[in-house]
Design a protein around this ligand. Structure first.
Ligand SMILES: NC(=O)c1ccc[n+]([C@@H]2O[C@H](COP(=O)([O-])OP(=O)(O)OC[C@H]3O[C@@H](n4cnc5c(N)ncnc54)[C@H](O)[C@@H]3O)[C@@H](O)[C@H]2O)c1
Ligand SMILES: [Zn+2]
Length: 349
C-alpha cells in the first residue's frame, strides 16, 4: 500500500484531505496522557474516540498492547476502522503494531509529536513492543496510510526530548554528507531554529530516512545503515530498562547519541573514518548530552545484550560503521575487546 508522507503547517486541513474519500466506519486516536492534553487538540478532530495509554518506554509492552486491543474491541472497532497515532515513537510503535494485528490489520495514520518520531519512528513501517527486557522484540512491518509531519508540535516539547530527536538527525547527517553534518553541529543547532527552520530541517532529515526505506523496505540490505549506533544503543536501553525500577530509563535518543560515539570510535579504528569528523561529532554529543550512567562493571551484560540484538545473524555482534561521512559498511563485526575499548572511549571521552 502506498504510504503518504506529508509536511504541513495546517494539520486540520491536511487531515481532512487525507480522510476525504476514505470510508472508515470509525476513527480512533491513540495518545499518551501528555499528547492527549497538548497535541490532540491541535488536530480539531470530530467524530473520533481517543484511547489513552500510559506514558514512557516501560509502557511499550504486551500489557499496554492488550489494553489497546481491548479498547478497540469494546468500543466497536472493526476491520474498516482507522487508528491515528498522535504521539512520540512509543505511541507510533505500539499503535502501529496494534493496527497491524487487530482484526488481522486495520489502517493507521501517524501524526508524530516528538522530533524523534518525526524524523525516524513514524516513518518506515517498523512497529512493535518490548518483550522480556529486549527492545522491539515483538513486532511487524506495517506502513501507515499517511504520516503527517508538523513542527508545530515541537513548541511544547522539552529540551531533553528535542535532543533525543537531534541524535537521530545526527545519524542521518552522518549517513548523508559532510555539509549536512556541518549544518547540524556547527550553527548552534538546535537552539536557533524558528518554526519554519525546524520544518525544513526535519523534512531534510526525513528524506534521508525515506531514501533508505524506499530502497529497501524490509531491511534486507542498505536500510540496515540506519542502525548506525543502534547495536550499542539498544543494549544501553535494555540495560537501563532492566534497572528502571530504581531509576528513570534511558531515552532512546540519548542511547543513540552514546551509540554513535561508540560506532564512530570503531569506525576510526577499523575503517579509517577521519579523526577530525569523529572529534567534532563526539564534541557535539559530549556538550549536549549527559554522561552515560553505566560503569565498566556493566560491560559483560552489555556484550550479552548486544549478542541478543535482532540485527545479529550469527553469534557475532554486528555493527554499521562508516568509512567516511555518507560511506557506510553494514554487518561489520568487532571483537569483545574492541567493543570494550569503544565503551571506555564513550565513558572517558
Ligand atoms: N519504529 C521505528 O523505526 C523507531 C525508530 C526510532 C525510535 N523508535 C522508538 O521510539 C520510541 C522513542 O520515541 P520518543 O523519543 O518520541 O519517546 P516517547 O514517545 O516516549 O515520547 C517522549 C515523551 O514526550 C512526550 N511528548 C510527546 N509529544 C510531545 C509534545 N509535542 N510536547 C510535549 N511532550 C510531548 C510524551 O508524552 C513522552 O512523555 C522508542 O520506543 C524507540 O524504540 C522507533
Ligand atoms: Zn533509533
Amino acid at each position: 500500500m502506498k504510504s503518504e508522507l506529508i509536511s504541513t503547517a495546517d494539520l486540520r486541513k491536511t487531515l481532512d484531505d487525507v480522510l476525504r474519500g476514505k470510508s472508515y466506519d470509525r476513527i480512533f486516536t491513540l495518545t499518551d496522557a501528555t499528547t492527549a492534553r497538548l497535541c490532540l487538540p491541535l488536530l480539531g478532530l470530530q467524530n473520533s474516540e481517543n484511547i489513552t495509554i500510559d506514558e514512557g518506554e516501560p509502557a511499550k509492552s504486551i500489557e499496554t498492547l492488550q489494553y489497546i486491543w481491548q479498547q478497540l474491541e469494546e468500543r466497536g472497532a472493526r476491520r474498516h476502522s482507522l487508528l491515528i497515532n498522535v504521539g512520540g515513537g512509543m505511541v507510533s510503535d505500539i499503535g502501529g503494531f496494534a493496527a497491524a494485528t487487530f482484526k488481522r490489520g486495520i489502517d493507521h495514520i501517524n501524526i508524530p509529536t516528538t522530533l524523534l518520531a518525526m524524523v525516524d519512528a513514524s516513518i518506515g513501517g517498523k512497529t512493535g513492543v518490548n518483550f522480556l527486557g529486549l527492545k522491539n522484540n515483538i513486532g511487524a512491518f506495517r506502513m501507515p496510510v499517511a504520516t503527517i509531519i508538523s513542527a508545530k508540535f515541537l513548541q511544547t516539547l522539552p529540551l531533553h526530548a528535542i535532543m533525543c530527536g537531534v541524535a537521530e538527525m545526527l545519524k542521518h547527517a552522518l549517513l548523508d554528507s559532510p555539509q549536512h553534518l556541518a549544518e547540524m553541529i556547527n550553527d548552534d543547532f538546535p537552539f536557533n531554529a524558528d518554526a519554519d527552520g525546524w520544518q525544513k530541517k526535519v523534512m531534510r532529515s526525513v528524506q534521508i530516512k525515506q531514501r533508505f526505506v524506499d530502497a529497501d523496505p524490509f531491511e534486507s540490505g542498505c536500510r540496515k545503515a540506519l542502525n548506525l549506533g543502534h547495536t550499542f544503543a539498544h543494549a544501553f536501553e535494555a540495560l537501563s530498562l532492566r534497572r528502571a525500577k530504581t531509576s528513570t530509563p534511558l531515552s532512546h535518543g540519548y542511547a543513540v547519541a552514546y551509540g554513535i560515539v561508540c560506532a564512530l570510535y570503531l569506525s576510526c579504528t577499523k575503517c579509517r573514518f577521519p579523526q577530525d569528523s569523529m572529534r567534532q561529532t563526539v564534541r557535539f554529543i559530549t556538550e549536549h548530552y549527559d554522561r552515560p550512567a553505566f560503569t565498566c562493571d556493566d560491560y559483560e551484560e552489555l556484550l550479552t545484550l548486544m549478542r541478543h540484538d535482532k540485527k545479529n545473524s550469527t553469534e557475532k555482534i554486528r555493527f554499521v560503521l562508516l568509512k567516511n561521512i555518507g560511506e557506510y559498511t553494514i554487518d561489520a563485526d568487532a571483537s569483545d575487546e574492541e567493543i570494550r575499548e569503544a565503551l571506555d572511549f564513550l565513558r572517558e571521552g
